[in-house]
Design a protein around this ligand. Structure first.
Ligand SMILES: *Cc1c(COP(=O)(O)O)cnc(C)c1O
Length: 404
C-alpha cells in the first residue's frame, strides 16, 4: 500500500539519534536561521509550546488572537492555555487560507496578535496582511504582533520572497508528519533580536530538560515511525489503525482535538537526539522542497479527476505540504482508494469554531467555508521519496472514480 505520508528519514537521521551533546540544540537554532535566512531561531519541544511561550514572553494576556477557523487545533490550544481568546476568521475555498476581508473586519481594540497561516503550503498575501495590521495599529494605538504560521509552508514565497521574514516572528512544527522533522519539536524564528532575547529568556526560566527516559522514548518513536511507514510494513500499520485502538491511543497522548489540552511534556525542552535529527533534515530541506514541487507539478499536469472533484490551485511560490482536493463523498473515496492500494490522507477534519471545546469562541459567527473544507478535503500522497511509479499509480486511482 502507498501510505498517505512517509517521514523522509534516512540513515543520517537514524545515526543522529545516538547523539548526546546538549550543544546540538544551539546548533539546530543556528542552522535553522541559516537555512531560512532569519536572524534568530529558538527551539522548543513542540510548535505549540513556542506559540504559548511567545504570548507570555511578550506579555500578551486576555487579548484576542486572530487565527483561521480552519487550522491545526494546537494553535487554538496555545491561545487559550496562555490566557488569551481565539478570534476565528473563515477561510476562502481557493487556497484555504484566511479570507482577507473577514480578517480586516475581525481586528478590533482587543487584538494583540494575528496568525496568518500558510496552510497546505500556500503563501498568504503577506503584504496585504501587513497593510491591514498597520492600519489597525494606527487606529488602536498599540502594537499588534504578526506571527506567521509556517508549520505547513516552511519556505513558501510570496512574490518571490520567503513568507518567513514577514511580520514579527514565524512558527514551525517539526513533528513527524511535517516537511522536515526533529521527531517532535518546534522552532520560532524572528528578525528582531529583542523578541528573540525575551522569548529564549522566558523559555530558559520556565522550561526544563527532558528526563533520560523521555529522551529514549523520543529515539524509539522515530525508529518505530520509520519502520511503520515503509511500504513493506505499512499494510500492517494500516490494519492496526483501522482495527485496533492501539495507534489512536498513542497519538492521542500528544494531540487532542476534542479538548483544550497540551501533552504533559509540552514544557520539557527539545533534546539532543531530536536536535541532531533536525540538523540532518535541514541539510536536505532544499532538496525536499524541490521534490515536493516536482510531484505537485506532475499531479497538476497529469491528473484528470472526476468532474465533481475540486482541484487545488497551482500557485507560484507554494511548497505543497499537502495536495488537497475536495470530493463529494469523502468516506467512499478514501475507502475505495485504500482497497486499491493507495491511502489518501485526511487532514484537519474539523472546523475550530465548530468543535465543542471552542464553540464559546465562535461568538455566533458563521464559518461555512471552514466547515465545508473540514468535511470534504482529501490529500494525495506527496513526499520526497514517492517514486515515479507510485505517482503513476496514484494518478491512475483518481481516474477510476469517474465510473462510480
Ligand atoms: C503542526 C502545526 C503546528 C505546530 O504543531 P506542533 O505539533 O505543536 O509542533 C502549528 N500550526 C499548524 C497549522 C500545524 O499544522
Amino acid at each position: 500500500m502507498i501510505p498517505r505520508l512517509k517521514p523522509p528519514i534516512g540513515r543520517e537521521e537514524i545515526q543522529a539519534l545516538f547523539s548526546f551533546n546538549p550543544d546540538l540544540i544551539e546548533k539546530l537554532e543556528r542552522n535553522f536561521s541559516k537555512t531560512f535566512s532569519t536572524r534568530c531561531a529558538a527551539a522548543f519541544p513542540y510548535g505549540r509550546s513556542a506559540l504559548w511561550a511567545f504570548f507570555q514572553a511578550m506579555g500578551i494576556k486576555h487579548a484576542e488572537i486572530i487565527q483561521p477557523a480552519y487550522t491545526c487545533s494546537v494553535v487554538g490550544h496555545a491561545t487559550v492555555l496562555s490566557g488569551n481568546i481565539p478570534r476565528f476568521v473563515d477561510i476562502n475555498l481557493t487556497d484555504y487560507n484566511m479570507d482577507l476581508e473577514l480578517f480586516a473586519e475581525a481586528i478590533n481594540e482587543r487584538t494583540r496578535a494575528v496568525i496568518p497561516t500558510h496552510i497546505f503550503g500556500y503563501p498568504m498575501n503577506v503584504e496585504k496582511v501587513q497593510e491591514i495590521v498597520r492600519d489597525a495599529e494606527n487606529r488602536y494605538g498599540h502594537k499588534i504582533y504578526v506571527v506567521q504560521d509556517c508549520a505547513h509552508s516552511f519556505e513558501a514565497e510570496w512574490k518571490g520572497r520567503s513568507v518567513i521574514n514577514y511580520g514579527d516572528a514565524a512558527l514551525f512544527g517539526l513533528g513527524i508528519s511535517k516537511q522536515i522533522t526533529s521527531i517532535f519539536g518546534g522552532v520560532m524564528t524572528t528578525n528582531d533580536p529583542e523578541i528573540a532575547e525575551m522569548l529564549s529568556a522566558w523559555r530558559d526560566t520556565h522550561f526544563r530538560e527532558k528526563s533520560w527516559l523521555e529522551k529514549w522514548k523520543r529515539r524509539f518513536y522515530l525508529l518505530a515511525s520509520a519502520a511503520a511507514f515503509t511500504g513493506f510494513t505499512y499494510g500492517f500499520t494500516y490494519w492496526l489503525q483501522k482495527n485496533t485502538p492501539l495507534l489512536k491511543r498513542l497519538t492521542d497522548a500528544y494531540h487532542l482535538d476534542e479538548a483544550i489540552h497540551f501533552p504533559p511534556d509540552f514544557d520539557h525542552n527539545l533534546s539532543a537526539p531530536e536536535a541532531a535529527v533536525g540538523i540532518e533534515q535541514l541539510n536536505k530541506y532544499k532538496d525536499f522542497k524541490k521534490k515536493r514541487r516536482e510531484i505537485a507539478r506532475n499531479y497538476f499536469e497529469n491528473l484528470s479527476p472526476p468532474k465533481d472533484w475540486v482541484m487545488p490551485p497551482a500557485v507560484e511560490g507554494a511548497t505543497y505540504s499537502h495536495f488537497v482536493i475536495r470530493v463529494p463523498d469523502r468516506e467512499q473515496v478514501l475507502k475505495s482508494a485504500a482497497e486499491r492500494g493507495v491511502q489518501f490522507g485526511q487532514l484537519i477534519e474539523y472546523s475550530m469554531p465548530h468543535l465543542p471545546a471552542y464553540r464559546e469562541y465562535a461568538k455566533g459567527g458563521n464559518f461555512p467555508n471552514s466547515l465545508l473544507a473540514s468535511r470534504t478535503t482529501i490529500n494525495l500522497p506527496l513526499y520526497p521519496s514517492l517514486t515515479a511509479q507510485d505517482q503513476k499509480k496514484i494518478l491512475a486511482q483518481t481516474q477510476k472514480f469517474d465510473k462510480m
